[in-house]
Each structure stands twice: as structure tokens, then as C-alpha cells.
Ligand binder design. Structure first.
Ligand SMILES: Nc1ncnc2c1ncn2[C@@H]1O[C@H](COP(=O)(O)OP(=O)(O)OP(=O)(O)O)[C@@H](O)[C@H]1O
Ligand SMILES: [Mg+2]
Length: 261
């Protein structure tokens, strides 16, 4: 469903993504795991048609980026790392704006929005302002937004950063529901080991723009002679995921965290 070949992206002299080749199967939940600055967001933004690759190719559902970006946009949904919903509108109003943006026919809008609100467990909060939502509810609303046009591929960039454990688990359970009841391929990025372990069929570990391990959790543990992902990560990357990250990244993370609480 998603195929990248030698995908590379520079920012000036920084090689943010360094020749990655991955093949994500239809219906799979695939995780990109890496520390701050590993290149996860850059990879996802290229897949989301928001950033052209410097070199290499991406195919989504058989179409090639960036050439066929307009077509690809019809069947991808994207939840960015930074919050994207409008706090001064209700949950329903946020979804209505997105429904119009993706040209959902007027007759279908209300029904599709209500279906999504129910799927996310937000049906009783649709008339509340989003600024009164908890962090977990905001992220679920954003997943609903991204699903309105029934995409084949859902791209989720660090959507549980800044959430408390209860809210994180509620987002996980929504993803479990999607896996069971909704025909969608999911690519998610995370730097949480437990999240990657709990949610992903397969994982790729990214470090300095490169994929340094790819496979099921079991395969990655076997190849590193470890018994959990945290130890596998340390064996591969040489340090714990929380280390590293510069000031602006930390500040951005804190800002997102504050808004989610
Ligand atoms: N628009 C940009 N301009 C310049 N450099 C950038 C830009 N976006 C990302 N970078 C750099 O590219 C590298 C990869 O960044 P990216 O945001 O893709 O990493 P990430 O894995 O998503 O990190 P995080 O966990 O902090 O979200 C970093 O060195 C970052 O500073
Ligand atoms: Mg990122």
C-alpha cells in the first residue's frame, strides 16, 4: 500500500531522511520509531504530499509521489504532530469544515460526521467547544477528521505525545477499533516503546534519517538478542530514546503538551 524506494530529503546540508526503503502492506499498522530528529515527521510529511522528496520515490496505492499528489490526497488521511483542530469551534463544527474541505457531498455530511463521532466515542461531546476537550479527545477528533473521506491510508504523527496514560490508552483503543472494524492501513510514528509494542504489526527503527531495523517486534528482538523493544532500541541506537533532541524540539514538545492538558 505504501512503498518507498531510497527516499531522501535534505534541509540545506541536513540529511533528514537518508535513503529509506519500506513496504507497508494493506491493512497493516506500521510504526516508525525513533528519537527526536530521527526523521519521522519528514518521512510522514513526504507521504502526506506536503513535502517533495529530494530524491527517491514514494508509491501509495500504486500512485507515485510527488507526480500524482492530487490523486493520492483522495485516499490518505493525515494527523500532524502539532495540533490541527480549532479550539474555538465545537467538535461537530471542526468536522464540518473538514467535510467541506474534502468535498463530502452535502447530503452525506451529517451522517458521516455522526458515524465518526460515535466511532471515536465523542458523540456526547459534539456540541462542546474543542478547547474544553481533554487531550485524548482532541486527538480522537483529529483522527475522525482524517477519516471523513474514508481514506485507504491513515498517517499519524506522534499523536499521543503529551497525553496522560489514561488518554493514551483511550487513543490506542480507538486504533484497535479501526484495525478491527475499518479497512485502513495505518502508518504511525512514535518514540514510545510501549506504544510501538502494543499497536504495531511491524516496526521500522529510524536513527539519523536511516532505517536501522525493520520487522515484527519478535524479529527485531531476536536480531538484537533482547527480550523487549527498549533493550533492542538501546542495542541498535546506542542510547535511550529520551536522550538527544535540541532546545527548539523540546520547547515545541512542551507547547504541545501544555495544550493537551
Ligand atoms: N523544515 C525544516 N527545516 C530545516 N530542518 C528541518 C526541517 N524539518 C526537519 N528538519 C531537521 O531534519 C531532521 C529530522 O527532523 P524530523 O522532524 O523529521 O524528526 P522527527 O523524527 O520527527 O523528530 P521529533 O521526534 O522531534 O518529532 C532534524 O535534524 C530536524 O532539525
Ligand atoms: Mg516529528
Amino acid at each position: 500500500m505504501i512503498l518507498t524506494n531510497n527516499l531522501t530529503r535534505y534541509f540545506g546540508l541536513t540529511k533528514a531522511v537518508d535513503g529509506i526503503s519500506i513496504n507497508i502492506n494493506e491493512g497493516e499498522v506500521f510504526g516508525l520509531l525513533g528519537a527526536n530528529g530521527a526523521g519521522k515527521t519528514t518521512t510522514v510529511r513526504m507521504m502526506a504530499t506536503l513535502l517533495p522528496p529530494t530524491s527517491g520515490t514514494i508509491q501509495i496505492n500504486g500512485f507515485t509521489l510527488p507526480k500524482q499528489a492530487e490523486l493520492v490526497r483522495n485516499f490518505i488521511g493525515y494527523v500532524p504532530q502539532a495540533l490541527s483542530s480549532d479550539g474555538s469551534l465545537t467538535g461537530y463544527e471542526n468536522l464540518l469544515i473538514f467535510a467541506k474541505l474534502v468535498s463530502l457531498p452535502r447530503k452525506e455530511r451529517e451522517q458521516v460526521i455522526n458515524k465518526m463521532l460515535t466511532l471515536m466515542g465523542l458523540e456526547n461531546f459534539s456540541k462542546r467547544l474543542v478547547r474544553e476537550y481533554s487531550g485524548g479527545m482532541i486527538r480522537k477528533l483529529e483522527i475522525a477528521q482524517a477519516l471523513l473521506h474514508h481514506p485507504k491510508v491513515l498517517l499519524l504523527d506522534e499523536i499521543t505525545v503529551g497525553l496522560d496514560p489514561v488518554a493514551r490508552h483511550s487513543v490506542w483503543s480507538v486504533l484497535e477499533t479501526l484495525r478491527k472494524e475499518y479497512d485502513v492501513t495505518v502508518l504511525l510514528t512514535t518514540h514510545y516503546m510501549d506504544e510501538a509494542e502494543a499497536l504495531c504489526d511491524r516496526l521500522a527503527i529510524m536513527d539519523y534519517g536511516k532505517i536501522i531495523a525493520l520487522g515484527t517486534l519478535q524479529e527485531i528482538m531476536a536480531n538484537t538478542n533482547t527480550t523487549n523493544l527498549e533493550d533492542a532500541f538501546i542495542a541498535l541506537v546506542g542510547h535511550h530514546v529520551e536522550e538527544g533532541g535540541d532546545f527548539s524540539e523540546t520547547r515545541r514538545l512542551r507547547r504541545t503538551t501544555r495544550r493537551l492538558q
